[in-house]
Design a protein around this ligand. Sequence first.
Ligand SMILES: Cc1ncc(COP(=O)(O)O)c(C=O)c1O
Length: 464
Amino acid sequence: MTFSIAELFSKHAPEKFSLHEQYLNNQMVRVLKTIGYDRTYIRAMGQYLYDDKGDKYLDLLSGFGVFAIGRNHPTVIKALQETLTLELPNLVQMDVSLLSGLLAKKILETTADNLEKLFFCNSGTEAVEAAIKFARYTTKRERIIYCEHSFHGLSLGALSLNGEVIFREGFGPLLAHCDAVPFNDLEALEKALRSKEVAAFFVEPIQGKGVNIPDDNYLPEVERLCKKYGTLFVADEIQTGLGRTGKFWACEHWGVKPDMLLMAKALSGGFIPIGAVAMTTRIMDTVFNRMDRAVVHGSTYGKNNMAMAAGLATLQVIEDEKLVENSAKVGIKIIDGINAMTANYQFLQEARGKGLMIAIEFQSPKSLSLKAAWMMLEAANKGLFCQMITIPLFKEHKILTQVAGHGMNVVKLLPPLNLTAKDSHDIINAFDKTIADTHQIPGSIWDLGKTLAGHGLKNKTTNK
Ligand SMILES: Cc1ncc(COP(=O)(O)O)c(C=O)c1O
């Protein structure tokens, strides 16, 4: 019998949700059904998803930032098909591969000149794990400092650098000697570093949860303080990297040079999981300092040919299609377009962001009748108001978005970087209409709010 994936789809398509209910995480299916996101997508291309009803959705979530170059990009597909048909020797292990050398060289051409070496792994959280180990070994110190509300992944080491109770609860004990400081607080950081016991400070240049942008002097001062106290400065660019913020690396906005720079997500081209740590020669040469330590850290699948080919093709697409420039240009249009509405809508606080990493924050309104409705939702579940934005955006305007974090009234846009001017107009118009509807009390959108409050839905569409 021949094996065919297409045949599996045609035979079993209607079983998608029931299979998940029976064999996988059925809570996810419950969430999707509760908020009406239970669609059957049958195709995806670029920034769009298509369902079996013939509807087209604009995807402003991009698989949590994985599909920066859009879905099913033909250049990456061709690179992967070629890699498969070449019958390459892959993961020989007692060998080194050409494609990993080429990708490392190409990535390091994009980073600041102090970063000269690269380590490959299979995901963002693995990049974080590697950086924790490398920092400890290099500095001979144990303590790690991270920021409140940061997100660095969910394996145990990375989870130890994550301040959100919802993720940590019941999974401890986590790594010892990991402490949080408030983001954008230099005094707290210096206090933490002063003991000269801190191996590394991990920070997202722009925090994914809430899209928090630091003051302009923050990261330059972080770099200076880390140098002063012998602490390694680790920039987690797993979400912000590869053009997301309108620069190739978010660190470029402030001209800072971390000792380690972490990447993953977009580098995959949306196909093959990959993670990487760019680092100084000192760190690489300290960790891998003897022949008997040549494999002291690594992972069986790290540097696999398919991931390397996807990474190389992705970098080519970003360059050819000028996606970094497009991210900056379209991002500003969206932010300005939404900020222009703040005078019309009491619930709308602001849009902020860099490039195509955008937060749209909502607030308690001044007028008494609106305020009472807001309080009702906040009392049921903090941050629930945002679901009254994301759900109509999805159902009525066919735009997929997410809530930016637990317990906050922030909708986050993390779209593919190839958004067009028309897409940006559609987004602004859809927000305009949806936000206007929230100001109609009573109205259908508030009926939805009451239903959600009744479900006790705690921002379950949120993630990173
Ligand atoms: C800033 C940041 N670091 C680390 C991670 C973890 O990456 P992964 O999910 O590939 O393990 C994420 C994922 O959302 C992230 O946004």
